[in-house]
Design a protein around this ligand. Structure first.
Ligand code: ADP
Ligand code: MG
Length: 244
């Protein structure tokens, strides 16, 4: 379980997080939504210790990452897999080399063992046999899958996705959503998906958190979200739906 308490973060006079409280239950998929620029990515970066808050706590399995030393943060980060917006593949490396890179550098596994992991993860993301392809030969959706396979190589307990469907056409976006759901079920991981794609909420979320004005304005199930009469939430859902 991840428990975020009263998290504050400003950049100069831009107050982005103004007291975020959120509990992310283990083994479930939590989707964080909110308009562009509201601080979703900033929140994710705090969870894995890339950013330090001005104030607040983030308990991961009972330990506050905010108070950890860099060495401990690195250790803890091994439990996380992340698919971030900028997490590009190395163009010069084949798919299998991209996926196995972290294992080659940070584990004692043999090349044969690594190839086994690569094979397994490629199957998991629906790209069996793609080992020798180069990133340049892959579509946007396939690249996402390979990036995801790479983040799963270390068998993370938590998987964080930052806008996994952005830039994909609706069919591919749906396929990625299906994959997120599928992985959550198969691997029993705890997933956090940041998105401004409201359809992803209905597709993948066990729980939804809506960020608004630096706080978690709503936290509940997708059903509770659509049934709410709250004006701000209705406005957000309506505006997002209309955009599509
Ligand atoms: N490293 C940074 N330095 C300064 N400002 C930042 C930094 N990262 C994010 N911000 C600002 O924080 C706000 C929230 O950004 P972000 O979390 O990326 O929004 P989004 O909800 O779209 O993911 C934005 O105003 C952005 O400009
Ligand atoms: Mg973002």
């Amino acid at each position: 379980m991840i428990e975020i308490k009263d998290l504050h973060k400003s950049f100069d006079d831009n107050e982005v997080l103004k007291g975020v409280d959120l509990v992310i239950p283990k083994g479930k998929t939590t989707v964080v939504i909110g308009r562009s620029g509201c601080g979703k990515s900033v929140l994710l970066k705090h969870i894995i210790g890339i950013m330090k808050p001005d104030r607040g706590e983030i308990f991961i399995e009972g330990r506050d990452i905010v108070k950890m030393k860099q060495k401990e943060i690195y250790k803890l980060r091994a439990k996380f897999g992340f698919l971030f917006q900028g997490s590009a593949l190395f163009d010069s490396l084949a798919v299998d080399e991209n996926i196995g890179l972290a294992l080659k550098e940070n584990s004692n596994m043999t090349l044969d063992e690594i190839e086994k992991v690569v094979e397994e993860k490629l199957e998991l993301v629906g790209l069996p046999g793609a080992q020798k392809m180069k990133p340049a030969d892959l579509s946007g959706g396939m690249k996402k899958r390979v990036s995801l396979a790479r983040s799963l190589a270390t068998n993370p307990e938590y998987v964080l996705y930052d806008e996994p469907t952005t830039g994909l056409d609706p069919v591919m976006a749906d396929a990625i959503d299906d994959l997120i759901t599928d992985l959550a079920e198969k691997l029993k991981v705890t997933s956090i998906v940041v998105t401004h794609d409201i359809f992803s909420v209905y597709d993948v979320a066990d729980m939804v958190a809506l960020m608004h004005e630096g706080k978690i304005y709503f936290h509940g199930t997708p059903k509770e979200l659509v049934e709410t009469k709250d004006k701000i939430i209705r406005n957000f859902l309506y505006r997002t739906d209309k955009r599509l």
